[in-house]
Design a binder for this molecule. Structure first.
Ligand code: ACO
Length: 333
């Protein structure tokens, strides 16, 4: 093993959103809701839903293709594929394996990460550690979700919140010290899984006619409880990571939070005491895309010219589990 003393850097990013745009007014034709209610409570105006037959692996592969092109590497250099998702094409094999095949990537280590909306951030931190071990050279980290496949379109309290999409990054090493992913942090508390879960379909409640009749294979959420926890854990993860990396909120050029709800992001912005202009928000267009959200936002922030070499960027997320995590980047082109 050749243990490097170098940095782990993001060599390229990519994202993919399915074509079909679904407005709040369209959702109001499915459940009793309104554009006004959704926008006021969440900030969401529209979301994307994947086409029939367009699965999480296809969204993931499309985003990955763009990230590989952006990184300008030969795909044969990739020796680690991580896909963060809570909506895999199927329980097994992993979506990472399906992406390996669809993109004709090397037959390398490939596995899924299940950390719900924190998945992409967990993925970056895990990939960075694996690259730093010296056992891997180039990692493809993808967050991808087809949440429309597990939404209960009879439950207005959840189905209006989520959308489909994928974000990806290619990671490699650089000899310049102190750049790239300069710190990571993560956590989990599994003591209250029912506040946000898909109860049916696993080994606890295998799919039966009864479980389907009781709609247990759909996403369930106690929104109020999740809201409270989200603000607390994202603030804690951000504060802890700032401390760990020796940075202050004023050092941050950009904060990219998980795009779940504008009110959650506003609370975090206030608690962190960072200017609103330094917080990236695109949830109005895509809703909550779970594990894909931070990856999509990172890619869009780059294309919008919001990220320059030398910038400190905080990525922070929370999700079902409860899970939370943050990554600190010092961007290097
Ligand atoms: N349209 C119209 N009315 C609605 C809708 C809707 N879509 N949904 C709920 N309501 C009604 C409720 O029935 C309730 O009516 P009632 O007072 O007559 O009972 C009223 O609106 C208020 O409902 P609340 O649940 O109190 O609304 P709240 O202000 O808490 O907002 C929300 C709900 C948006 C879900 C909020 O709690 C939230 O954002 N929570 C966090 C959710 C989140 O971030 N989830 C992602 C987690 S990440 C992951 O891992 C997937």
């Amino acid at each position: 093993m050749n243990k490097p003393t170098s940095s782990t850097v993001i060599l390229g990013t990519g994202s993919y959103l399915p074509e079909r745009i679904v407005s709040n007014n369209e959702m109001a034709q499915i459940v009793e809701t309104s554009d006004e209610w959704i926008q006021t409570r969440t900030g969401i105006r529209k979301r994307r839903f994947a086409a029939e037959g367009e699965n999480t692996s296809h969204l993931a592969a499309a985003a990955a293709r763009r990230a590989i092109e952006d990184a300008a590497i030969d795909p044969s250099e990739i020796d680690l594929i991580l896909v963060a998702t809570m909506t895999p094409d199927m329980p097994f094999p992993s979506t990472a394996c399906l992406v390996q095949s669809q993109l004709n990537l090397p037959q390398c280590t490939a596995f899924d990460i299940q950390a719900a909306c924190t998945g992409f951030v967990y993925g970056l931190n895990i990939a960075a550690s694996m690259l730093q071990s010296g056992n891997f050279n180039k990692a493809l980290v993808i967050g991808a979700e087809k949440l429309s496949g597990i939404l209960d379109f009879e439950d207005r309290t959840t189905c209006v919140l989520f959308g489909d999409g994928a974000g990806a990054a290619v990671l490699g090493r650089s000899n310049t010290p102190g750049v790239g992913i300069i710190g990571g942090i993560g956590g989990a508390d599994g003591s209250n899984p029912e506040v946000l879960c898909q109860p049916g379909g696993g080994s606890a409640i295998p799919p039966t006619h009864d479980s389907l009749d009781q709609r247990r294979h759909f996403l369930k959420m106690n929104g109020k409880e999740v809201f409270k926890q989200a603000v607390r854990v994202m603030n804690q993860a951000s504060t802890d990571l700032l401390k760990k990396t020796g940075l202050a909120p004023a050092d941050l050029s950009l904060v990219i939070p998980h795009q779940a709800n504008l009110r959650i992001i506003d609370s975090l912005t206030k608690r962190l005491n960072v200017p609103t202009e330094s917080v990236f928000i695109n949830l109005q267009d895509y809703g909550n895309t779970s594990a894909a959200s931070v990856g999509i936002a990172l890619d869009e922030a780059r294309h919008a010219g919001r990220i320059q070499s030398g910038d400190h960027i905080l990525l922070v997320a929370f999700g079902a589990g409860l899970t939370w995590g943050a990554s600190m980047l010092k961007w290097q082109e």
